[in-house]
Design a protein around this ligand. Structure first.
Ligand SMILES: [Ca+2]
Ligand SMILES: [Ca+2]
Length: 162
């Protein structure tokens, strides 16, 4: 019982802090969630990232990436292409959050030709995927999400820089 009481007190303290800082409840919630790391992205979204626009199964129909996208591997064989142009010569890190369930999705980055894989993350099973690759200012890159096994037109993944 004592633990529960302490928990209630700290929850009240957070509320009091939130109102004294005059931050909105959603701002506070997002800050708290951001501290939790990887999975926080899927708690904040789907509002955080715009949805893919099919068809996007090839380099020439790739969606503009921005900072992230949500999408679905909506049918067997679905492949989702996204593209972005680097504005710095450095590196980028990309994370794919795979929905919970019997879904195994993989993550690839292709160079500007759309034929050479320069980074990939192909973890087994339901694992999320992360990768890092070097960028050159002004170069176009393609981020590609592929269904390895399983698909769902209703359970979205999220792919984003992090
Ligand atoms: Ca798709
Ligand atoms: Ca697609």
């Amino acid at each position: 019982m004592k633990k529960i009481a302490v928990g209630m007190v700290s929850a009240l303290a957070v509320l009091a802090l939130a109102s004294s800082m005059s931050a909105s409840a959603s701002e506070v919630t997002q800050e708290v969630q951001a501290d939790k790391g990887i999975k926080a992205l899927s708690i904040i979204s789907p509002e955080a990232f715009p949805s893919e626009s099919e068809p996007n199964d090839t380099k020439s129909t790739a969606n503009l990436f921005g900072v992230g996208k949500s999408g679905t591997i909506g049918k067997a064989g679905d492949v989702d292409w996204f593209k972005f142009t680097a504005d710095i010569t450095d590196y980028e890190r990309v994370r794919l959050l795979v929905p919970y369930g019997s879904y195994d999705y993989d993550l690839y980055v292709y160079d500007s030709t759309g034929t050479n894989v320069i980074a990939s993350s192909t973890g087994a099973g339901n694992a999320d995927e992360t990768l890092r690759f070097n960028t050159v200012d002004g170069q176009t890159y393609y981020i590609v999400v592929k269904g390895y096994s399983g698909f769902s037109p209703s359970e979205p993944y999220e792919v984003a820089f992090y």
